[in-house]
Write a new protein. Structure first.
Length: 120
């Protein structure tokens, strides 16, 4: 590989390392107890417990316990709502070692489906 390829590879690693965000007061690294909240295609996470997230579209590490998320939910074109999206509060009880995937429920306006998986 030449120097340009090494530089591109290093840049890609740097960008990917920021794919899991956090928020003020949240866990800073994988060594602390945490859960992961992953937004779906039509959902972005704007805040956790009133604190803005460092990223809206990627996964966010959250401390275990009751978390209040501020979500932006995109509406389907078929919904005929006056706005293309809505903001809403969503309460989620999280536990260490569990990933939560948030998706907009098909055929609904603003309803969220949550699926879980263990990562440790």
């Amino acid at each position: 590989m030449n120097r340009a390829h090494h530089l591109l590879f290093a840049l890609a690693l740097l960008l990917l390392s920021g794919c899991t965000g956090t928020y003020a007061g949240g866990p800073l690294d994988d060594d602390e107890p945490h859960a992961i909240v992953r937004p779906g295609v039509d959902v972005t996470i704007w805040a956790v417990d009133g604190q803005p997230t460092s990223t809206h579209s990627f996964s966010v590490m959250v401390a275990p316990g009751r978390r209040v998320l501020t979500l932006r939910v995109e509406h389907s074109m078929e919904d005929e709502t006056p706005k293309p999206h809505s903001r809403q509060r969503y309460v989620l009880q999280t536990e260490d070692g569990v990933a939560y995937h948030l998706e907009r429920r098909d055929g609904s306006i603003g309803e969220i489906d949550v699926t879980t998986s263990r990562f440790r």
